[in-house]
Ligand binder design. Structure first.
Ligand SMILES: Cc1ncc(COP(=O)(O)O)c(C=O)c1O
Length: 336
């Protein structure tokens, strides 16, 4: 991972840092930090156990499904993705926008699943996993042997990926001039948040000497769901405690829905050299900044690390809206 110090628009210069995977390491599967951290572990297990295919689940523009599909293909496993779509889109070809382009180029089979079935199953993480398991069962009936990856790759094995990330991050902390006081990360399926909460505790980053507070910003689901998830993931690794965490509500107008203000914010941050997507990283940072404005005393004079989780492909679905916000003078015609 690389860690850079930057200034979030509207805040004190130098008070923010951001860490993300080096672009070279994500070149094959594209950006989706959660998947890059645990992907190799799960795909290795799939190969070691002799599976011939991989099946996972997510939204239509899921970074997780895209990265899983490309990674599976790279390793000779047949990729299947269960994509939750609006009921009225079920009979349409979903096209090639955003994540769908690399996902479909990789040859993944898309199992389009109506949102009504997802809602009927409970509309939560367990519902997505239930639909995923149903497709896996259909594949088994057709003679395939799929390795089933739950939504977001959130399992105790996946959590190991985050423990590795924390180890890498700990090394980087020693190279920073200022200590980090707060770390914030987007929460989708919650695996990243849970993994970091357990990892920070094991690495004693939540200890008195070098205390940093972990904040998760939920961009879907209810904040309470993530506390239970941390408990479960920690228990799966035999841990009974984890770093203290805060949850900030960043669900806004709904999953992957970005309002005008959120897009404007993305553009401002991009102007600082940090490109964020509108579903995860950008939305989380936008809502966290709102939260920090309401509680300035908690963040005054602190250094905040934004754990950038990638997700750029999805932003292409917003190209038309973003184009309208760009300044006309950006385009200059060459004049000799
Ligand atoms: C770009 C990006 N950031 C953050 C997340 C959220 O990670 P998690 O599902 O581990 O909460 C995802 C999930 O797919 C993602 O694609």
């Amino acid at each position: 991972m690389t860690c850079v110090v930057w200034s979030c628009p509207g805040t004190r210069p130098g008070s923010w840092s951001s860490c993300s995977r080096r672009p070279s390491q994500s070149a094959t599967v594209g950006s989706c930090l959660p998947n890059l951290l645990w992907g190799p572990l799960m795909h290795s297990q799939a190969l070691a156990n002799g599976h011939d295919s991989v099946v996972t689940v997510g939204g239509l523009q899921s970074n997780h499904c895209r990265a899983t599909a490309v990674c599976a293909k790279l390793l000779g496993l047949e990729p299947h993705v269960v994509l939750l779509v609006k009921d009225q889109m079920l009979q349409e070809d979903p096209g090639l926008s955003g994540n769908l382009l690399p996902m479909r180029l990789s040859g993944a089979t898309l199992h389009l699943c109506p949102a009504s079935a997802y809602r009927a199953a409970g509309g939560d993480l367990a519902a997505a996993d239930h639909l995923n398991e149903e497709v896996a069962e259909q594949l088994r009936r057709r003679g395939r042997d799929p390795y089933v990856i739950p939504v977001g790759g959130t399992t105790p094995l996946g959590t190991w990926g985050y423990l590795n990330a924390v180890e890498e991050f700990q090394q980087q902390l020693t190279e920073l001039e200022d200590p980090i006081d707060h770390i914030l990360v987007p929460c989708g399926s919650g695996g990243t948040f849970a993994g970091l909460a357990v990892g920070f505790h094991l690495a004693q980053l939540d200890g008195d000497a070098r205390r940093c507070r972990l904040h998760g910003v939920n961009i879907q689901h209810h904040p309470a769901a993530y506390h239970e998830l941390i408990r479960r993931e920690a228990a799966g690794l035999g841990c009974s405690s984890w770093a203290p965490v805060t949850l900030v509500d960043g669900s806004g107008a709904g999953y992957a829905v970005a309002g005008e203000a959120e897009l404007r914010f993305l553009m401002d941050v991009a102007g600082a050299g940090v490109i964020l997507d509108h579903t995860y990283a950008g939305k989380a940072l936008y809502h966290f900044c709102d939260y920090a404005k309401v509680h300035p005393e908690r963040f005054r004079d602190s250094h905040i690390l934004f754990w950038h989780t990638g997700g750029l492909f999805g932003l292409y679905t917003q190209a038309e809206r973003l184009q309208k916000m760009l300044p006309a003078e950006q385009l200059q015609v060459y004049n000799s």
